[in-house]
Design a protein around this ligand. Sequence first.
Ligand code: FES
Length: 163
Amino acid sequence: MTTQDPRLEALDKSIEEHGRRPSALLEVLQRAQDLYGFLERDILIHISKALNLPPSRTYGAATFYNLFRFRKPGEHVVTPCLGTACYVKGVEEIVSAIEEEFCVERGQSTADGRLSLFVTRCIGACAMAPNVVLDGEVIGKATKEAVLERMRRSLGGGNGERV
Ligand code: FES
């Protein structure tokens, strides 16, 4: 079952929780990366506007720290949510199944660059837990079988080489 991508909503919620304070820039950037796996241009601009900062300041801060990524690391990105609700509903079993079938560890990409596996904290769709985001599409009430099947269709099979 899929739902609309709630990541932008979750990011905006985080921005509000920080009172839209420019001083919360790093926390907001971190939250965005947790949600999206990397910081794409549109998201940086969105954050700049929300925090009322010039884009140059946002880019400057983001590039200063090594912990931020700016490129989509793999052709496909799968991001299971490891927030509490999803964890309780068994997302860890799904993560392990992805790691095993596609020979990729969390936070890494396959050697052929076809798949990156990231994990995130709550994406704000706890009612649909466990959630897995595959290429921007949220798979709610995810099961190991459904996620692997969807991934096989997108990637054309597992068992890539581990990086
Ligand atoms: S904990 Fe996964 S969506 Fe909230």
